[in-house]
Design a protein around this ligand. Sequence first.
Ligand code: XBP
Ligand code: MG
Length: 251
Amino acid sequence: MLKALIFDVDGTLADTERDGHRPAFNAAFREYGLDWDWDVALYGQLLAVTGGKERMKYYVDRFRPDYAKPADFDALVAALHQAKTRHYTRMLAAGGIPLRPGVRRLLTQARAAGLTLAVATTTTPDNVTALLRHSLAEDGPDWFAVIAAGDIVPAKKPAPDIYVWALRKLGLEPEECLAFEDSRNGIRASLGAGLRTLITVNDYTREDDFSGALAVLSDLGEPGAPYQRLDAGGAGEQGLVDLPRIRDWLG
Ligand code: XBP
Ligand code: MG
């Protein structure tokens, strides 16, 4: 029996990466006098690594062999990441990033039906709270029984740890939950924790391998703007993701 819906954040609840996290990183780099600049295409490559601090280290190692790391490089990365979080949460507070189609509708329906809501994400907890507060509702964070985020598990997605942590906190078995993801790293994490997973793609993840997904959709759909189903199992199908449809898919 379905008891909880567990949501990834970036790319799933909202399209935060290209016009949210990316410019926030760039603003932090400028603030610290660095000539690092992540354009839209480069950022797509950097998304191979989850976690902002991990992503900056990967960028330097992979793309900036010319950069002479200071002795306290880890401290610089931590400071850059704090600055980036400040820029990003300010952007959210200014109402910068809307929820994706169908997200508010499904969250509202699930709550009304008594389902438990949870979050499992690699992003920083402050970022999640800011998004939920400014793009969902003032009490948005309270809609979620568990918010599993950031460094609470050392191994970030694609490791399953953040989902395992969320399941333990919820006191539920994977069979009682459904995960929502948007990326290959995300579905590797959710499937690794034994969760059935619904995918909504975005421009960065459209071509990812989503083997094992319950279904792969353009988005959750809104009345008058249905989702397009993209996986071979149901190509051409259109509709709205709601609880009856979810229960139907789960069988
Ligand atoms: C998204 C990520 C994060 C964000 C940046 O993860 O990979 O790294 O891009 O967040 P998810 P931080 O889709 O699981 O939410 O800078 O706060 O780490
Ligand atoms: Mg994601």
